[in-house]
Design a protein around this ligand. Structure first.
Ligand code: DI6
Ligand code: FE
Length: 399
């Protein structure tokens, strides 16, 4: 058969079923960037393609970090110290710090500076086997700065071998020039920022922060209706600090995902399962904010709601640069099983982004792979730190 490349002497975690679809001593063949053949090495058809001997490594689908705020100016280590001194995330936000302090640093940066600041963070994710990263805006909070963040996110995809998926999160906080006029800012987002981001092809989806310190469910619904009119899928930061009915709202709008969900109620989770809205769990934020409420993983499991795991990489509530560490926290903090955690950074993370061409190793899927020097897949969740990644393949090419 005609292949471009073959990988063998590897064990495969294909993610095609809930037990991870394991194939011991397997082989994968790529053609034109896709998986053309996958199975046990003994059944590999005759071919004359170049071969990589993986030396007994494990191969998974390239990991997918489906919720990040990777592009921003400055950082908030000083607020980290304030929280250690007793201040809460909400207090800092209400005092003009928090998201607004990153907004000031982001507005002050040009596109090249935003790109340069983000590159090392992206490289940290890629070094662990990530091949797709979602990146949100939400620190510009005005037309040009929001578009600049999204352009910097797109530019990252040209600088590195990775797929970048963008989300417009202009409804993240109310900027100071709209203080006391939240409705006017939301109207500005709906009537000006959203249409421009859509017409310039800068946003693959629309996100919002539905929260007591941010936007109301009614405002979120208005934004979602406008996004869908422009043909853009929606997702939501829901029920992180308070239960505002975000899970049910996301489900009612057919959102791709609802994210955080620390305080979601069982009816909301049931509605998400029914709507096919993926629950994106973000243990880095839970840990950083020393949250005592955890997402109700047992209810998600019981209702058959798909769960994804992500870094929520952002300078305030989750300065997390390791998706493998999130696998560990998903298991230790949230009590996910190893298969649930691993599906959460592959198959279900792809679903959270509406991507049907990745996240599973199967014929016809993109040949995005991560190779690991481990004895068992559970090691990806087990180690606290360290990096067993031995290589990445993006669209059939070693990256
Ligand atoms: N929830 C989060 O975890 C991030 N945004 C949001 O809506 C935090 C953003 C920040 O603190 O900078
Ligand atoms: Fe977030």
């Amino acid at each position: 058969m005609s292949f471009d490349h073959v990988w063998l002497n590897a064990h495969l975690a294909t993610m095609r079923d809930d037990a991870l679809g394991l194939i011991e001593d397997g082989a994968i063949a790529a053609k034109d960037g896709r998986i053309a053949w996958i199975g046990p090495r003994a059944a590999l058809p005759a071919h004359d393609a170049p071969v990589t001997d993986c030396g007994g490594a494990w191969i998974t689908p390239g990991l997918i970090d489906c919720h990040t705020h990777l592009v921003f100016g400055g950082n908030r280590s000083a607020e980290f110290e304030m929280r250690l001194g007793g201040a809460t995330y909400e207090e800092i936000a209400r005092a003009g710090g928090g998201i607004l302090s990153t907004m000031r640093a982001t507005r002050a940066a040009n596109e090249a500076q935003l790109l340069q600041a983000a590159l090392p963070r992206l490289d940290a994710l890629l070094s662990e086997g990530v091949t797709t990263v979602e990146i949100k805006s939400g620190y510009g909070l005005e037309l040009e700065a929001e578009l600049r963040q999204l352009r910097a996110a797109r530019a990252l995809g040209a600088q590195r071998n990775v797929s970048i998926v963008t989300s417009l999160l202009a409804a993240h906080a109310v900027p100071p020039e709209y203080k006391g006029r939240q409705g006017d800012y939301l109207r500005h987002v709906v009537e000006e920022i959203l249409p421009r981001a859509a017409s310039e092809g800068l946003a693959d989806a629309v996100d919002a922060f539905c929260e007591s310190i941010a936007f109301t469910p009614e405002e979120t619904a208005t934004l979602f209706t406008a996004a869908k009119r422009l043909g853009l899928p929606v997702k939501l930061h829901a029920d992180q600090l308070t239960d505002g009915g975000g899970a049910a709202l996301a489900a009612a709008h057919g959102a791709l995902s609802a994210d955080h969900l620390e305080r979601s109620n069982a009816a909301g989770i049931a509605a998400m399962a029914k709507a096919g809205t993926v629950a994106v769990l973000l243990p880095g934020a839970t840990l950083t904010l020393r949250e005592t409420h955890f997402p109700d993983v047992a209810a998600m499991r019981a209702h058959g709601c798909r769960m994804a795991l992500s870094t929520d990489m952002n300078p305030g509530s989750s300065p997390a640069l390791s998706l493998l560490l999130m696998l560990n926290l998903g298991c230790t903090l949230f009590r996910m099983t190893v298969p649930e955690a691993l599906l959460g950074v592959t198959r279900h993370a792809a679903a959270a982004l509406g991507l049907t061409d990745r996240g599973v190793l199967a014929e016809g899927m993109r040949c995005d792979l991560a190779l690991y020097r481990i004895q068992r897949p559970a090691e990806l969740c087990y180690w606290l730190g360290g990096n067993p990644c031995a290589g990445r393949v993006v669209a059939g090419v070693a990256a």
